[in-house]
Write a protein that binds this ligand. Structure first.
Ligand SMILES: O=P(O)(O)OC[C@H]1O[C@H](OP(=O)(O)OP(=O)(O)O)[C@H](O)[C@@H]1O
Ligand SMILES: O=c1cc[nH]c(=O)[nH]1
Ligand SMILES: [Mg+2]
Length: 206
């Protein structure tokens, strides 16, 4: 199911990222901050378990997170969302999936995978700023499922209707979270209006 997270701070920061004059440093900072804000929203329903602890003055019946949270950035651009999320979820583990999209065919090509062993019982959060054709997201979801992941969430900044439809078709049970649902893809598979090439803008490679 698709969830578009409407929050004034998320929208404001995304607007700064969309501007063509925004440079690498501000682009990266806004992306990192939005990553944290989005994950704060989507982790509201994480299961907690009761624990008894000692404060300096008394015994306290309280709660802590029940399951591991594993963040899965899709390289490269997903790396830009990692540190904002790690700052919020201190126990988070980080897997990596390397995928690049062929510029002609728009097909995703895997080139790297590394996972912690807790994938089957963890809440797995896949992050990538851009959901364009949905090919990369679908490939990443297939890859984490092969590792036994069952509780999977996909968090992207900007999505195209084509990409949302592709993921909903291939993985109908997955919750998809976006900061914005844009209009369409252009003939080169870029999101319109979008924000350009996220990886290049994060890493200054153009
Ligand atoms: O939905 P899709 O059509 O698959 O497109 C989206 C993918 O394209 C971009 O990555 P890219 O392949 O450019 O690699 P990069 O992150 O290394 O720049 C983006 O970060 C997504 O991973
Ligand atoms: O608009 C797009 C589409 C795919 N990848 C990007 O970085 N931007
Ligand atoms: Mg990519």
């Amino acid at each position: 199911m698709l969830h578009v997270l409407k929050h004034p701070l998320i929208t404001h920061k995304l607007t700064q990222m969309r501007k063509k004059e925004t440079g690498t440093k501000d682009f990266r900072q806004n992306l990192d901050e939005i990553g944290g804000l989005m994950v704060y929203e989507i982790t509201r329903n994480l299961p907690v378990q009761p624990v008894t602890i000692e404060t300096p003055v008394a015994t306290c019946e309280t709660f802590e997170l029940k399951k591991e949270v594993i963040l899965v950035p899709i390289l490269r651009a997903g790396l830009g969302m990692v540190s904002g999320i790690c700052n919020l979820v201190p126990t988070v583990k980080v897997a990596h999936i390397g995928l690049y999209r062929d510029e002609e065919t728009l097909e995703p090509h895997p080139y790297f995978e590394k996972y912690p062993k807790q994938m089957p019982e963890a809440t797995v959060i896949i992050v990538d700023p851009m959901l364009a054709t949905g090919g990369s997201a679908n490939a990443a979801i297939d890859m984490v499922k092969r590792q036994g992941a069952k509780d999977i969430r996909l968090v992207c900044l900007v999505g195209a209707p084509e990409g949302v439809a592709a993921v909903e078709k291939q993985h109908p049970e997955i919750d998809i979270y976006l900061a914005a649902l844009d209009e369409k893809l252009n003939e080169k598979g870029y999101i319109i209006p979008g924000l350009g090439d996220a990886g290049d803008r994060i890493f200054g490679t153009k």
